[in-house]
Design a protein. Structure first.
Length: 84
């Protein structure tokens, strides 16, 4: 399940993290195009929800590393097995 882009946008803006410069965003946009091409080659096509999510992240100017952290916040941490 992909988190709702507008909920993510709200969280990003509330966090008040630094935004990228237009030059940084242009580089990330090109990196995303290359990643998508590689996914397509592998037969893994992003959904329209995925497209909307990444477009919004680029609009907000947050780094790819920050994207991962924002998305992680929507999921509970993995349960660690008990030592036994």
């Amino acid at each position: 399940m992909t988190p709702d882009p507008e909920t993510l946008r709200h969280r990003i803006r509330a966090a008040g993290s630094l935004r990228a410069t237009p030059e940084q965003t242009a580089i990330w946009r090109e990196d995303l195009r290359e990643s998508r091409a590689n996914l397509t080659i592998e037969g893994l096509r992003p959904t329209s929800e995925d497209d909307a999510l990444f477009a919004m992240m680029l609009e907000e100017g947050i780094s790819p590393a920050a994207v991962v952290e924002v998305i992680r916040g929507f999921y509970p941490p993995p349960i660690k097995p008990a030592d036994g």
